[in-house]
Design a protein around this ligand. Structure first.
Ligand code: MN
Ligand code: MN
Length: 466
């Protein structure tokens, strides 16, 4: 065996290099990584909307002894609670015996909404032998990617009498699915000359929902009537009920392993359930802590964290105040000493599109959960730029716990950019930094992540909250 030269040894000691998690892992550890991924895939397939993600998270939490918290309840040391904010936003917390004025609260915040296609309030019409739903897309999508793929309908309808009906069509093996048409290549001379962003317009994202005329002589929209009659028969709803509904089209695909070696997972909605799931399971699996820990599963991140179920809602602030008051602590001191990991995805370096990335500072697939000191765009605009001290604190914590992680910047300077919930939590005077899983083809109907990165995110969150 060749001896390492002194300079080689010195180089290894002084220089920084990312590590591939699989390469660093024993076969036993790789098995753990793969086993953990199976639970995640199940969660993905049952939680395609924020409402479903909340329901599934509650099921998991209840199975581990968490009970429902109602605003105004007294909070005690030892409590394991979840607060269900309007079925779209979930706050889970456990109260430890450590002094929260001294140690603060540990917060992991992820979001559970994903880009998708929402129905308009008067969606149904028929034209030329087909009936369609009009839509308005939700979040940042590349519209052309959502045509000619199988779509499932998920959501709720609040009927005239106030009853809420849940609807899911397109997930069961024998369910029908829905569809957005695209133009045949033979007639696409004009469409092909348009830019990618303009080739499909928002108003052509119409959902194909029927083609069978109702057996009637004196109705003009017979195909529309067939659809209405089925909806009425199945859900007791009328066309007017669409006005008070939240119905979304999501890809009808299930999550699948990708590649001969199954190292990767393809699925709809990795952003951001690939952080929400490890955040949730890290909390549920960490029984040995005396800390007070919060996990927030937020809604509306993809449209700016707005509204009373988004991260800009004061609900987190309210909850910290309630815990502080219940325990006789000063909430201002508690917040000042709290720490947060904003758990959102980042772009994984993709060699097929190398020109938009700066390779040295990009997240690499399978090199672990990625920390983004800052996100934003055009000169770090709209970001929480975490302090060197806080990044240093997390770095030391991860190093002491053997976590393989990496740093990330979302693409080249001025190539674009994006934001996360980090800045809204930081605004509460809480130290915050982004840590999440790198994603390939982010916001596409089918996104890709590495099982290794998913698992290290779980390990990182566990180390943070224990
Ligand atoms: Mn996200
Ligand atoms: Mn996103």
């Amino acid at each position: 065996m060749e001896e390492k030269s002194a300079s080689r040894e010195m180089f290894e000691k002084l220089s920084y290099k990312k590590k591939n998690v699989f390469e660093e892992s024993s076969p036993e550890r790789i098995k753990k990584i793969f086993d953990y991924s199976e639970g995640y895939k199940k969660y993905l397939d049952t939680a395609k909307t924020e409402r479903e993600a909340v329901l599934e998270a509650i099921k998991l939490a209840e199975s581990r002894g968490y009970t429902e918290y109602h605003l105004g309840d007294k909070i005690n040391i030892g409590d394991k609670k979840y607060f269900n904010n309007r079925s779209k936003n979930l706050l889970l917390f456990r109260v430890g015996k450590d002094d929260i004025e001294k140690d603060g609260i540990r917060i992991v915040a992820a979001h559970i909404d994903s880009p998708r296609i929402d129905l308009k309030q008067i969606p149904l019409y028929e034209d030329s032998g087909m009936s369609f739903f009009k839509t308005h897309y939700y979040g940042g999508i590349k519209k052309y990617q959502w045509t000619t793929i199988p779509l499932a309908l998920h959501g709720v309808v609040v009927k005239a009498d106030g009853e809420t009906v849940n609807i899911t069509v397109g997930e069961a093996e024998d369910d029908p699915i829905f569809y957005i048409n695209d133009l045949l290549p033979h007639l696409s001379a004009d469409q092909n000359s348009k830019t990618l962003g303009n080739a499909i317009s928002g108003e052509t994202l119409n959902i194909l929902v029927g083609g069978l005329p109702y057996d009637s002589e004196d109705v003009s929209d017979k195909i529309k009537l067939t659809v209405l009659s089925i909806l009425n028969e199945k859900y007791g709803m009328t066309e007017e009920d669409f006005i008070s509904a939240e119905l979304s089209l999501v890809p009808a695909y299930k999550s699948r392993d990708i590649g001969f070696d199954r190292a990767l997972i393809g699925a709809y909605g990795h952003d951001d359930r690939v952080c929400a799931y490890p955040a949730l399971t890290a909390l549920l699996d960490t029984e040995e802590t005396d800390r007070t820990v919060f996990v927030i599963l937020a809604d509306k991140e993809e449209i700016g964290s707005v509204g009373n179920t988004g991260m800009k809602s004061e609900i987190l602030y309210d909850m910290i105040r309630e815990i502080s008051r219940s325990l006789g602590k000063n909430e201002i001191v508690v917040r000042a000493h709290s720490k947060c990991l904003s758990a959102d995805v980042t772009a994984a370096y993709d060699p097929n599109f190398a020109d938009v990335y700066e390779k040295r500072n990009s997240a690499m697939v399978s090199c672990g959960a990625a920390m983004s000191k800052f996100t934003g765009s055009r000169g770090k605009s709209s970001t929480n730029d975490a302090s060197a001290e806080y990044v240093g604190y997390i770095r030391k914590l991860f190093s002491e716990n053997g976590i393989i992680w990496q740093t990330a910047e979302l693409g080249k300077v001025d190539a674009g950019g994006g934001g996360t919930v980090a800045m809204y939590i930081a605004e509460m005077n809480i130290d915050t930094v982004d840590l999440g899983v790198p994603v390939i083809s982010m916001h596409a109907p089918y996104e890709v992540i590495s099982k290794a990165d998913l698992y290290t995110a779980y390990e990182a969150f566990r180390a943070f909250i224990k």
